[in-house]
Design a protein around this ligand. Sequence first.
Ligand code: ZXY
Ligand code: CA
Length: 477
Amino acid sequence: MKRTTETRISLLPLLMPAVTGVSPPNENLVITNPNRPWWERYQPISYKICSRSGNEEQFKDMVKRCNNVGVRIYVDAVVNHMCGAAGGSGTHSTCGSYFNAGNRDFPAVPYSGWDFNDGKCHTGSGEIESYNDIYQVRDCRLSSLLDLALEKDYVRSKVAEYMNHLIDIGVAGFRIDAAKHMWPGDIKAFLDKLHDLNTQWFSAGTRPFIYQEVIDLGGEPIKGSEYFGNGRVTEFKYGAKLGTVLRKWDGEKMAYLKNWGEGWGFVPSDRALVFVDNHDNQRGHGAGGASILTFWDARLYKMAVGFMLAHPYGLTRVMSSFRWPRYFENGKDVNDWYGPPSNADGSTKAVTINADTTCGNDWVCEHRWRQIRNMVIFRNVVDGEPFSNWWDNGSNQVAFGRGNKGFIIFNNDDWNMNVYVQTGLPAGTYCDVISGQKEDNRCTGKQVYVSGDGKANFQINTDAEDPFIAIHVDAKL
Ligand code: ZXY
Ligand code: CA
C-alpha cells in the first residue's frame, strides 16, 4: 500500500472532518539539474495520473481510502502552462510520455503549437517582463513555462477533462495554480464544464471546492478580487503580515492584531483561503519572503498557526512539510530547490508514523504537532462564534475569545505576564490545549480556573516553551 497523502500536504480544517491537499498528481518533466527539485511538479507533460507520488491505480486507492474515513482530497491543478520552453524533447517525463517542448508538441494530451499563447504574447522575449501589464501576466510565459491558450475551447475542454477525471475518482476540489496568470473568464469557462462531485461520497449536486492561487501582496494591477466569481482566493498578505508581527519587525506588535482581517486590507473573510506558509514561501523566497514563519522557527510558528486557527477570519489551511538540508549563503538558502525525501528510483518516500506519533523519513507533519492539532479541534469547537473579549497590554501580550466557547492568550513580550482577564467562558476548570490536553477527565498540561464572572488568571513567562494558552468548552473538566 502506498502512502496516504502525497509529497507535500496541506490541510483545510473545518470544511470537512479533515481535508488534504495533494501535490500535482499528473505527469511532469523529470528535471535532473538540479536533482529532482520540488518545482518540477509544476511543469506538466500530460494529464496522466503518474508522478513521483504514484500511478493512477495508487491515486484512486488513496482517494477511496481517504473518503471512506471522511478525509477529503483537494488536487493542485497546474493548468496555466506545460513545461518550460527549454524542457527539450524525449521521454524524460514521470510516465515516459514523449514530448517536444521546442515544437510545443505534447501528444499525450494532445497539445500542439496552436494550443499555446506564443502568438498572443507581445513581449520581445515571450516572457512576462512586467507585472504592471495585465496582458503580459496572462498571455506570456511565466518563468519560461509554455503558456496555454485557455481562450480556446479545445484547451478548456482538455483541462476540464483532466479535472473531471479526478472528480469522478472522488476528489473534492482543486487549488488552481498560477491563477493570476490566467484570465478569470477563462478559469470560469473550464470550471463551468466540471462535473458535480462523486455521489459515492457526496450528496447529489455538490460542486467542487475551488481556491485560486493569486499572489496579490498589493502593488500590482491584478487583484485577488477579480477572481471572486470562481471561488476562494489565497490571501498571501495574511502569512506575510502575521510573520512580520510575531517577529516584531517594522515596529509591529501583537496589540495591532485587534482588527486582524479585513481591517488589515485583506479580502473579505468569506473569500479568503489563509495560511501561515505554503510550499513555495516556506523556502525563504516567494511571496512574503523573509518574514514568513515555518516549522524551522517552530516556537513562533506554533503561535502564528495558533492565532490563525483561533481567529474567525478566512478558511484556514495548515501546512505539512518535508525537511531539507537548509543552507544559507549570503542570506539565501542554496538548497531551496530540494525535492521530497525520495527512494533511489525517484519515487517519494512514504510518510511513516513513529511509535511516539511523529513522522519518519524526514516528514515534518506539522499537522500532528500537539499544539497545532489541538488548535484545529479548537477551531471546530468555536465554529460560528463571534470574535470577543479582546485584551492587550499595548505591546505583545494579547488575548481574545470566541463567544462563550473558547479563549486564547499570548505573551510575545520579553517580560513575564501575569493577568486576570475576561474569558467569556462558563465557570470551571479547563485544560490548556497547548501544553497538553484533556485525557481521562484530567489535564495532561496546565489547568485554567475560570471564576463565576468569566475571569481567569493567566501566567506566561517570557521563556515558556510555548508562550500561549488556549482553552475551550470541550476541554473542560
Ligand atoms: N522556481 C524557480 C526556478 C523554477 C521554479 C524560480 O526562480 N522561478 C521564478 C520566480 C518564481 O515564479 C513562479 C511563480 O509561479 C509558478 C512558477 C514560478 C507557478 C508554477 C510553476 C513555476 O517559477 O515554476 O506552476 C510565481 C507566480 C507569481 C508570483 C510569483 C511567482 O507573483 O504570480 C520557483 C517556483 C515557484 O520559484 C512556484 C512554483 C509553484 C507554485 C508557486 C511558486 O505553485 O506558487
Ligand atoms: Ca497564462
